[in-house]
Design a protein around this ligand. Structure first.
Ligand code: NAD
Length: 454
């Protein structure tokens, strides 16, 4: 079997083809990573910090090449691809400081002389499974903290993002990362299953169904696991909001990168008098979205799934306000769509669909808007558009979401803060920031008592 990825804007362009390595190769790669781990830890904080810093520099030195590769392999608009590369360098640099952070605390004994210490230690080999939609940033926000604290890592990228991941591994090796400290092993489900079965700690990002299977498998083995899954994210718009600004933010969160972000907005909830002006402004804003902002979806199957969903929703009584067609052109494009009155049991209303489509709902007041927003297990990021601080704070208190963004698009992540969903959208420790360093280490308690004698 061969793993291939194609350019979503030009399906005749084969980006990469590599032999699928198979489960045995995964076990061998994990074995090599396990052998390399004690040396990587023993190299010390200074060496680990310097290596991560050099990777940041390598990413920056190849920024335009990497942005071009992201555009070609996953169809991300160029401006967003450049942003992802800059963020990738920033994440390596941020975690380059982490090896010097305190790794524990000193405590008093309850009675008598001695010292009690806590000390965080790495697990060994981290198994990282990534989706295709942020082909450099997600592998980096998993690998950088894992390596900073002294684990080695084996990354299995999504098949659709194989070339980006392999290039990242080359840059890391070129920056002087010792052999087998960070391995990228292309593959699909077979390699993913084998990786979860072999490593000491698992970090997964991807769809909800696959993530739940990964959590079950890792838990069965008794290894720590975190999973960041899909979202069905809402935007709440209050009548006092700057509606022009809200429409622009929401349109970008629906259609930016063709809605293929776990934090994309898929449900817009307009409160009271906001409904009509927001609807009209949003339709206009979505019709103005161009290729520079939206781009294609990842493959033909995704395009067909999205246009079929719009067709079955309208057949079931929904009103299509704009978009939803696949235009006649090369590449896998879907026009950004806005629908109202989608039946509550239709999949568009219940499941993540990962495309430039949103459902518009009316709510009588903030209470109803929050109830609608919370009526999903896929609660990752919710935006709230209002000029009222009271409303913003009340919404932040009552929304079941991992991220609440006031007067900002639901899509958008700060690389140094904990990131993850609520309810069914996540499992385990947060990613990014200090949370990631905690996830990739386990605390040991050390008691040091006097040795006696002289
Ligand atoms: P996916 O679930 O199809 O694949 C994710 C990864 O899992 C890939 O590397 C895939 O090869 C691997 N995989 C597939 N089957 C496996 C198995 N049985 N065991 C182990 N690994 C297996 O997701 P995708 O299509 O690559 O990415 C899109 C999804 O990712 C969307 O649902 C999106 O919301 C989600 N996502 C979530 C976040 C977040 O932080 N919450 C961020 C980005 C993307």
């Amino acid at each position: 079997m061969t793993i291939t990825s194609y350019n979503p804007a030009d399906p005749a362009d084969l980006v990469v083809a590599v032999e699928e390595p198979g489960a045995e190769a995964v076990r061998a790669a994990v074995g090599r990573a396990r052998a390399a781990q004690p040396g990587w830890l023993a190299a010390g904080a200074g060496a680990r910090s310097a290596a991560l810093g050099r990777i940041a520099e390598a990413v920056e030195a190849h920024a335009e090449e990497l942005a071009g590769l992201i555009v070609r392999e996953v169809g991300k608009p160029l401006a967003e691809a450049r942003g992802e590369v800059a963020r990738t360098a920033a994440i390596w640099r941020y975690y380059a400081q982490a090896p010097f952070a305190p790794s524990g605390a000193v405590h008093e004994t309850a009675a008598g002389p001695g010292l009690l210490l806590t000390r965080r230690r790495p697990y060994g080999v981290a198994g990282l499974i990534a989706p295709w939609n942020f082909p450099l940033a997600i592998p980096t926000w998993k690998a950088a903290p894992a390596l900073a604290v002294g684990n080695t890592a084996v990354l299995k990228p999504a098949p659709e993002a194989t070339a980006c991941a392999l290039r990242l591994a080359e840059l890391a090796a070129g920056a002087g990362l010792p052999e087998d400290v960070f391995t990228v092993l292309p593959g699909g489900a077979e390699e993913g299953v084998a990786l979860v079965d072999a490593v000491d700690v698992v970090s997964f990002t991807g769809s909800t169904g696959v993530g739940r299977a990964v959590v079950r498998a890792a838990t069965e083995r008794g290894v720590p696991v975190q999973a960041e899954l899909g979202g069905l994210n809402a935007a709440l718009v209050l009548p006092d909001a700057d509606l022009a600004q809200a429409a622009a933010h929401i349109a970008s969160a629906i259609a930016g990168y063709a809605g293929q972000k776990c934090t994309a907005t898929s449900r817009v909830i307009a409160v009271g008098a906001a409904y009509e002006p927001l609807r009209d402004a949003l339709v206009k804003a979505l019709e103005l979205v161009d290729d520079a902002a939206c781009g294609p979806v990842i493959n033909a199957a995704a395009r067909d799934r999205l246009t079929d969903a719009v067709a079955t929703a309208t057949a079931a009584g929904a009103t299509l306000l704009t978009g939803g067609r696949a235009p006649e052109r090369d590449g896998w494009y879907v026009e950004p769509a806005l629908l109202t009155d989608v039946p509550a049991e239709h999949p568009l209303a219940r499941e993540e669909f990962f495309g430039p489509i949103a459902l518009l709902h009316a709510a009588a007041d903030l209470d109803e808007a929050i109830a609608l927003a919370n009526d999903t297990p896929h609660s990752l990021s919710t935006s709230v558009h209002t000029r009222s601080l009271d409303v913003a704070l009340a919404a932040a208190d009552r929304l079941d979401a991992g991220m609440i963004r006031v007067n900002a698009p639901s899509s958008g992540v700060d690389f140094h803060l904990p990131f993850g969903g609520a309810k069914g959208a996540a499992h385990g420790e947060r990613e990014q920031g200090q949370a990631a360093l905690d996830f990739y280490t386990v605390s040991r308690t050390v008691s040091v008592l006097p040795g006696g004698g002289a």
